[in-house]
Design a binder for this molecule. Structure first.
Ligand SMILES: [Zn+2]
Ligand SMILES: [Zn+2]
Length: 289
C-alpha cells in the first residue's frame, strides 16, 4: 500500500521562501502529497492564495503560521495549524511584530549616532541595495568609515546582543504565542525542538513547561534530524500526551538541499498524523480538552 504523505512546514515568498504560495502548492501536488501546510514566519498573508491553488490542484490545504517566540539560548518557533487567518486578534498581533521589526534598523542607527558615529539608516539601506537590511550592513559601513577595523569588532563592541547598539528583536512570549494560536482556533506545535539548543533533560523540562502553557504537539519528523532523533522526539511527544507532527521546512532555492515533502530525501510524514491533529483541533473547539 502506498502511504499517503503530507508536508506540514513550508515557507513562501510571503516570508523567506522563494516560491509563491501557488507555486509551492503546485510543487506539493506534483510530489503527490495528500496535504500541504504553508507556515510562513509571523504572517498569514499567503494562505488565501495557497488555498485557492490547492482547490485547483486537488490537494488538501492546511493553513499555518510559524511564530518566533522569545527564548534563550536558542531559537523557539511555534507553529500554528488550522488557524482562522481572518482572526482579528491574530492579524493585529502579527502586524505589530512586522511594524516593530521595520523600526529596528532605524533604532540601531540612532544608537550608533548616540555613540558619536556618523551612521545613518539611509546610508546603510543604500549599501544593502536589494538585500534585507541587517546588522552586517551596519558593520560594513562602520568598517568603511573607520570606526572599527573589522566586522567582528563592530559586532563585539557595538552590535552583538548585550552591546550598546543592540536593539532587541520584537518577539512574543511562548505563552502569548500559544494563546494567540488557540484564540484563532488553531493547534500549537513546537517546531524543530533541537534548535532550542538544550540538553535532553532541559528539552524535556522546557516541553513540559510549554505543555502547561497549552502546547499541543512537537514537530518530531524534520528534514535535518536523523531517524533516531525523529524517534526520540516522537516518543517524547507520545509520553507527554502531545501530538507528533512533521515537515520539510522548505524554503525553495534559499535552502536548496531541502525538497518539499521529501526533505533531504528521507522525510516521510504520514497522513495519519494530520488526522490526529484535526481531531485534536475539533475537540478543543468543542471545548472537550
Ligand atoms: Zn523555524
Ligand atoms: Zn520554518
Amino acid at each position: 500500500m502506498i502511504r499517503r504523505l503530507v508536508d506540514l512546514h513550508s515557507h513562501t515568498t510571503c516570508s523567506d521562501g522563494s516560491a509563491t504560495p501557488a507555486e509551492l502548492v503546485r510543487l506539493a501536488a506534483s510530489a503527490a502529497a495528500a496535504a500541504i501546510a504553508i507556515t510562513d514566519h509571523d504572517t498569514v498573508e499567503g494562505l488565501s492564495e495557497g488555498r485557492a491553488a490547492a482547490d485547483k490542484a486537488g490537494i488538501e490545504f492546511i493553513p499555518g503560521v510559524e511564530i518566533s517566540a522569545e527564548f534563550e539560548p536558542g531559537t523557539m518557533h511555534i507553529l500554528g495549524y488550522l488557524v482562522d487567518e481572518s482572526d482579528k486578534n491574530l492579524n493585529a498581533a502579527l502586524e505589530g511584530l512586522r511594524l516593530a521589526r521595520r523600526e529596528r534598523n532605524p533604532r540601531i542607527a540612532a544608537r550608533l549616532q548616540d555613540l558619536g558615529m556618523d551612521i545613518s539608516y539611509d546610508e546603510v539601506a543604500n549599501l544593502a541595495g536589494n538585500e534585507v537590511v541587517g546588522r552586517p550592513h551596519f558593520a560594513s559601513l562602520m568598517v568603511r568609515k573607520g570606526y572599527v577595523t573589522s566586522i567582528k569588532e563592530a559586532f563585539d563592541r557595538f552590535l552583538a546582543k548585550g552591546a550598546p547598539a543592540y536593539v532587541e528583536k520584537e518577539r512574543l512570549s511562548p505563552s502569548d504565542s500559544i494563546a494567540l494560536i488557540h484564540k484563532a482556533g488553531g493547534v500549537a506545535v513546537l517546531a524543530h525542538p533541537y534548535q532550542m539548543k538544550l540538553n535532553d533533560d532541559d528539552t524535556k523540562d522546557q516541553i513540559g513547561h510549554l505543555k502547561d502553557l497549552g502546547l499541543d504537539g512537537i514537530e518530531a519528523i524534520y528534514s535535518r534530524l536523523g531517524p533516531s532523533e525523529r524517534d526520540r522526539y516522537a516518543n517524547l511527544a507520545r509520553e507527554m500526551g502531545l501530538l507528533v507532527t512533521g515537515g520539510s521546512d522548505f524554503h525553495g532555492t534559499f535552502k536548496p538541499d531541502i525538497s518539499l515533502v521529501n526533505g533531504l530525501g528521507d522525510l516521510e510524514v504520514p497522513y495519519e498524523l494530520l488526522l490526529e491533529m484535526k481531531a485534536s483541533a475539533a475537540r478543543s473547539r468543542r471545548g472537550v480538552d
